[in-house]
Design a protein around this ligand. Structure first.
Ligand SMILES: NC(=O)c1ccc[n+]([C@@H]2O[C@H](COP(=O)([O-])OP(=O)(O)OC[C@H]3O[C@@H](n4cnc5c(N)ncnc54)[C@H](O)[C@@H]3O)[C@@H](O)[C@H]2O)c1
Length: 372
């Protein structure tokens, strides 16, 4: 078992990473939730029941309440938030009591938001069960729900009391979700750490393919990713500037996700894989990234069979819609947008520019050439 301490201005908290550690929940509870007499577990119907049962079995005697919601992004919405806060109110949860999020990023974002606003903040624990949530959404304290105008529009920064990552939960995760999580792992290496990129070149396949899955390799990748993310969060918890590098590849990714209505046609990490290749090409086109580095990134995609083609999602017909979404992105301020580029593998830069001068000509050219 590995432990990592995340240090922020608002809270320091541990992340526990290990095999079969859900069983040890009671030990962490003793230490970090001493005064919580009531616990609300939030999960969804599609998350294998065995994790929920193990958690319940290993919680030290307390009043336990549960919310089992339907699956999918649609629960990151006001009506589900109200369901949670109603349960908390009816059962008179106080600020020492706790919400436990058991699931992927959807459950974590919704639960964290509820924990942050109920009585202006109660205790909160993340038990992430997807690779994406283990390496990204459960760390760093961003919480959110969506409204009809957009994704993650309503949210807070609210750090958990601890994060428990049981890597065995990944044994039931479909390969498609593994590659979505891998996208964020690859992102950390591209923006921050060339050595990690080289390590992923060799070990990536063991993370991506069910039949080759190696728990130890996965634990290392999760630990390294959480460590890299926590360093960024420590420097810039509230995303005043530096934390924006975590959005590498995300401007275009959000646009294609929004254009497909967040359907299962493309999931977040798949869109990020496409967005990161486009951002790498743009970095090269603008003269920041060397040809040899771009080639290395392309080789990595090819070796690991990661998709970067986006013809299925962008055409002459919906091109303007995609551009409009990109321009309205949260990262846009007036006419300018913060775009994240690569200087080299392992080093990023933030540039304020207009999309008309950056991404848009590249996408237009791709569409004209037809091979994209
Ligand atoms: N807060 C942040 O910093 C942050 C960062 C990145 C993404 N996000 C958010 O995270 C969400 C995406 O998270 P996600 O990719 O984890 O999606 P998700 O929560 O929808 O989970 C993906 C699917 O996997 C299933 N699942 C979860 N655990 C499983 C397991 N162990 N075995 C089998 N199936 C399992 C879920 O039921 C779901 O169908 C989005 O809403 C995104 O906005 C937040």
């Amino acid at each position: 078992m590995k432990t990592l301490i995340v240090k922020t201005k608002t809270k320091n908290y541990p992340i526990f990473i290990g095999k079969n550690i859900l069983k040890q929940f009671g030990n962490y509870q003793n230490k970090y939730l001493k005064n919580s007499n009531k616990l609300l577990i939030i999960s969804t119907k599609k998350i294998p029941k065995k994790y929920f049962n193990t958690l319940i079995k290993n919680i030290k005697k307390k009043n336990i309440y549960r919310c089992i919601f339907p699956d999918g992004e649609k629960i990151k919405e006001n009506s589900y938030l109200i369901k949670i806060t109603d349960i908390l109110s009816k059962n008179n949860f106080n600020r020492n009591d706790c919400i436990i999020a058991l699931g992927g990023g959807v459950v974590g974002d919704l639960s964290g938001y509820a924990a942050s606003i109920y009585k202006r903040g109660i205790k909160f624990v993340q038990v992430p069960t997807t690779l994406l949530s283990q390496v990204d959404s459960a760390v760093g304290g961003k919480t959110a729900i969506n409204n009809r105008f957009g994704k993650n529009i309503i949210g807070t920064f609210y750090q958990p009391n601890f994060v428990l990552i049981d890597t065995d939960t990944l044994n039931t995760l479909p390969e498609r979700e593994m590659s979505a999580g891998f996208a964020e792992i690859l992102k950390y290496s591209l923006i921050l750490d060339k050595r990690f990129f080289n390590w992923l070149k060799i070990n990536g396949i063991m993370i991506l393919k069910n039949r080759n899955r190696d728990n130890n390799i996965i634990s290392i990748a999760i630990f390294k990713s959480c460590m890299l993310k926590s360093k960024i969060v420590k420097k810039d918890e509230f995303e005043n500037n530096y934390r924006a590098i975590l959005n590498f590849g995300h401007t275009f990714a959000h646009a294609i996700e929004t254009a497909t209505n967040y359907s299962r046609k493309i999931i977040h990490g798949e869109a990020v894989l496409i967005g990161m290749m486009l951002a790498s090409r743009l970095s090269n086109h603008l003269g920041y990234l060397k040809n040899s580095d771009l080639k290395e990134i392309k080789n990595m995609y090819e070796k690991l069979k990661l998709n970067f083609k986006y013809k299925k999602f962008v055409s002459l017909k919906n091109m303007n819609k995609i551009f409009k979404i990109m321009i309205n992105d949260k990262k846009s301020f007036g006419k300018k947008t913060k775009i994240i580029l690569l200087k080299k593998i392992g080093k990023s830069l933030i540039k304020e520019t207009t999309l008309k001068k950056s991404f848009i000509p590249l996408i237009e050219k791709d569409i004209k050439n037809g091979n994209y």
